[in-house]
Design a protein around this ligand. Structure first.
Ligand code: 0RA
Length: 634
C-alpha cells in the first residue's frame, strides 16, 4: 500500500473519555475476558497498522508478572508535536481523546472498523495505569496516565536514532471482572496477524509466574502458510495449496485454499487484517466466482455430464479450508458487529481475479481439478439424500412442536426468556435432575451415552440420530439454513455432564454439533456448561463443596484440626436431588460457564483436532490440555 505522510495536524477529535468508563461494553464489547483481551488487540492493531503502512516489522507483546501488558513496536511512534487546538502533545491527544487515532479524517490511511480501532484512548481510559514511551524525531518521550488522566506532561528524554512506541498498561480492576489473560487465545490472534502480514515478526512472551512461555511468529510464505497451518490437523485431498493474488492501486487481494476430506466449510475472510466474521463483498465475490469457475471447469472437462445439474456453492465448499484477505484504502465495515465488509467495488475485483486465476490453476493442475469436482459431486449426492431424510424428519418432528421428544421433561412456563434446557448425560442423572429441578422454568433432556460425532458424518446420517433429533426438536430452532433463533424455546441451553473424561467427551460432541449446525446459539451466548462440584467435605454438621483441586485444599486448610470427611464425586448420579439442585442447578447458588466463541478460527481448529479424522493431533491436544477442563474460552 502507498505510504502517506501524517502528522499531528491530521488528528481529528470526536469525544472525551468519561463516556468510555461509564459504558465500557459499548467500546470493548464486554468487561469479561473478551473485553480484557480486546484491550491488548487494540494496542496491537495500532502496531499492525504501522506494519501495514510499511514502517514496522517487529512487535513484542509481553504479559508481565504484575498483570500489566507491554506492547513494543518499531513503527513511526505516536506523533509528539503540540496540537494547537488542545494545547497538548499529539501523544496526549491520541491517548485521551476518543477516535483520535489519526485514522479518521486527515491524510493518514484509514483502516479500522468495528470494535477495532476504537483507539488506544479506550485502553487508556480503562487502565488503572498506562505508561507510554515514544521514540521519534530524534528523542525518547515518556508520559504516564491514571485511569485516562495524564499524571505529567509529555517529557522529552535522551536522544535516539530509532523509532517506535512502547505502551504498558494495567487493566483497571474497577472495570474488569477478572484480570486473567488466556495465553492460547492471545497467541492464536498474534499468529493470525503474523500470517496475514508477510514477514512481520511478532514475539509473544508470557512472563507471569509459573507460566513462562515465549513464541515467535513470522511467516515468509504469504497466507499459504496460514492454510497449511489450519489443515495440519485435517486430511488434505491435494498437496499443493492453491494461491491466488492480485493488486491494483487501491486494493490487494490474497486467497489460499485447500480441500480436505471433512464436511465443514472453513472459509475465513479478512479485510485490513480484521476478521470479517459477518463476511461481506469480498467473501460473496469469492463464493460466486468459485462456484462458477468449478462448474465451468467440470463442464469443459466432461466431469459433469450434460444431463447433470450444476453443483451448488454449498457442494463446492464442502471440506474447503480457505483464507481470503483483502487490503483496501477505505474499508466500510457494516453489520451488527461491524465485521461485514461493505465496499461494493471489491466484489468485482475478487470475482474477476478468481475467475481468471483459478481456472488457470486448474488447467495447469488437472489432478487437483478432478479431486475438487469429485468432492463436489459426492457432496451433491449426499445433499439430495440428506434432503430426503430431512423432509421426512421435518414432517415427523422438526416443525411440529406438538411432538416434543418423549424423554424431554419440559418446563411449565411458556416464555423462552425465562426457560432453560438442561442436556444431561445418562438416564440416571437425568432422573435426578428431573427431581431436582424447578419445573416451572427448567426442562431436562437426558441423552443416552455418546451422541454422534457430527464432524465425521454428513447431514443425512446426523438427522437419523435419535439424540440429535431430540436436541433439535426440544430447542425448536431447526438447524443449518433453516435455523431461526426466534423459535428458540429456551434462552439457556445448559450442558450437564459428569466431571470425568467421558463427560468431557460428550460435552465436546454436543458442542461440536451446536457449533456446526446451530452456531448462532453459541454466538448469541445461549450455551452454558454446568459446573457440578468435584468434592464434598463434611465436617460435623457442616457441608462444603469444592469445584476444583485448589478449592478442596482451601477448604481443608480452613478446617484445620477439625475432623472432616472428603467424598469425591465421580458422576452426577452420586448426588441426590437436593445436592444436585443446591450445587449445580439452583440459579442462586450455581456457577455456569458461558461458552463463548471468541474466535471462529480457534473453534474450527479445536473441533477439527478433537473430532476429525486424524488421531495424532488429537492425542497431542489432549495431552497438552489434559488439565484444562474447558478448551473453549468461557
Ligand atoms: C497516531 C498517528 C500515527 C501513528 C500512531 C498514532 C501510532 C499509535 C500507536 C499505538 C501503538 N503503536 C503505535 N504506533 C503509532 C501516524 C504517525 C505518522 O504518520 O508519523
Amino acid at each position: 500500500m502507498e505510504k502517506q505522510s501524517y502528522d499531528a495536524k491530521d488528528i481529528t477529535v470526536l469525544e472525551g473519555l468519561s463516556a468510555v468508563r461509564r459504558r465500557p461494553s459499548m467500546y470493548i464489547g464486554s468487561t469479561g475476558s473478551r473485553g480484557l483481551h480486546h484491550l491488548i488487540y487494540e494496542v496491537i492493531d495500532n502496531s499492525i497498522d504501522e506494519a501495514m503502512a510499511g514502517i514496522c516489522n517487529n512487535i513484542l507483546v509481553m504479559l508481565n508478572k504484575d498483570n500489566s501488558v507491554t506492547v513494543i513496536d518499531n513503527g513511526r511512534g505516536i506523533p509528539v508535536k503540540k496540537v494547537d487546538k488542545y494545547n497538548a502533545s499529539a501523544v496526549q491527544v491520541v491517548l485521551t481523546k476518543l477516535h483520535a487515532g489519526g485514522k479518521f479524517g486527515g491524510e493518514g490511511y484509514k483502516v479500522s472498523g468495528g470494535l477495532h480501532g476504537v483507539g488506544v484512548s479506550v485502553v487508556n481510559a480503562l487502565s488503572e495505569k498506562l505508561k507510554v514511551e515514544v521514540r521519534r524525531d530524534g528523542s525518547v518521550y515518556r508520559q504516564e496516565y491514571k485511569r485516562g488522566e495524564p499524571l505529567t506532561g509529555l517529557k522529552k528524554g535522551e536522544s535516539t536514532k530509532s523509532h517506535g512506541t512502547v505502551i504498558t498498561f494495567f487493566p483497571d480492576p474497577e472495570i474488569f471482572e477478572e484480570i486473567d489473560y488466556k495465553y492460547e487465545i492471545l497467541a492464536t490472534r498474534m499468529r493470525e496477524m503474523a500470517f496475514l502480514n508477510q514477514g512481520l515478526k511478532i514475539t509473544f512472551m508470557d512472563n507471569r509466574e509459573d507460566q513462562e512461555k515465549k513464541e515467535v511468529y513470522q511467516y515468509k510464505g504469504e497466507i499459504v502458510d496460514f492454510v497449511k497451518f489450519l489443515c495440519e490437523k485435517k486430511d488434505a485431498l491435494h498437496k499443493k495449496i492453491i494461491y491466488i493474488s492480485n493488486r491494483d492501486t487501491y486494493h490487494e487481494l490474497e486467497i489460499a485454499m485447500q480441500y480436505t476430506s471433512g464436511y465443514a466449510e472453513s472459509i475465513f475472510s479478512f479485510a485490513n487484517n480484521i476478521n470479517t466474521t459477518e463476511g461481506g463483498t469480498h467473501l460473496s465475490g469469492f463464493r460466486g466466482a468459485l462456484t462458477r469457475t468449478i462448474n465451468d471447469y467440470a463442464r469443459s472437462n466432461n466431469l459433469l455430464k450434460e444431463r447433470d445439474e450444476n453443483l451448488t456453492g454449498e457442494d463446492i465448499r464442502e471440506g474447503l479450508t480457505a483464507i481470503i484477505s483483502v487490503k483496501l484504502k477505505n474499508p466500510q465495515f457494516e453489520g451488527q458487529t461491524k465485521t461485514k465488509l461493505g465496499n461494493s467495488e471489491i466484489k468485482g475485483f475478487v470475482e474477476s481475479t478468481v475467475n481468471a486465476k483459478l481456472s488457470e490453476f486448474l488447467e495447469e493442475n488437472p489432478s487437483v481439478g478432478k479431486v475438487i469436482v469429485n468432492k463436489g459431486l459426492e457432496a451433491a449426492r449426499a445433499r439430495s439424500a440428506a434432503k430426503k431424510a430431512r423432509d421426512l424428519t421435518r414432517k415427523k418432528s422438526l416443525l411440529e412442536s406438538s411432538t416434543l421428544p418423549g424423554k424431554l421433561a419440559d418446563c411449565s412456563v411458556n416464555d423462552p426468556q425465562f426457560c432453560e434446557l438442561f442436556l444431561v448425560e445418562g438416564d440416571s442423572a437425568g432422573g435426578s435432575a428431573k427431581q431436582a429441578r424447578d419445573r416451572r422454568f427448567q426442562a431436562i433432556l437426558p441423552l443416552k451415552g455418546k451422541i454422534l460425532n457430527v464432524e465425521k458424518a454428513r447431514l443425512n446420517k446426523i438427522l437419523n440420530s435419535v439424540e440429535i433429533q431430540a436436541i433439535i426438536t426440544a430447542m425448536g430452532t431447526s438447524i443449518d439454513e433453516e435455523f431461526d433463533i426466534k423459535n428458540a424455546r429456551y434462552s439457556k441451553i445448559i450442558i450437564m455432564t459428569d466431571a470425568d473424561v467421558d463427560g468431557a467427551h460428550i460435552r465436546t460432541l454436543i458442542l461440536t454439533f451446536l457449533y456446526r449446525y446451530m452456531p448462532v446459539l453459541l454466538k448469541e451466548g445461549y450455551v452454558y456448561i454446568a459446573q457440578p462440584p468435584l468434592y464434598q467435605i463434611k465436617s460435623g454438621k457442616e457441608v462444603f463443596y469444592a469445584y476444583s483441586e485448589k478449592e478442596l485444599q482451601t477448604v481443608i486448610e480452613k478446617l484445620k484440626g477439625a475432623k472432616s470427611e472428603v467424598q469425591q464425586y465421580k458422576g452426577l448420579g452420586e448426588m441426590d436431588a437436593d445436592q444436585l439442585w443446591e450445587t449445580t442447578m439452583n440459579p442462586e447458588t450455581r456457577t455456569l460457564l458461558k461458552v463463548e466463541i471468541e474466535d471462529a478460527l480457534i473453534a474450527d481448529d479445536i473441533f477439527s483436532t478433537l473430532m476429525g479424522n486424524k488421531v495424532e493431533p488429537r492425542r497431542e491436544f489432549i495431552e497438552k490440555n489434559a488439565k484444562e477442563v474447558s478448551f473453549i474460552d468461557v
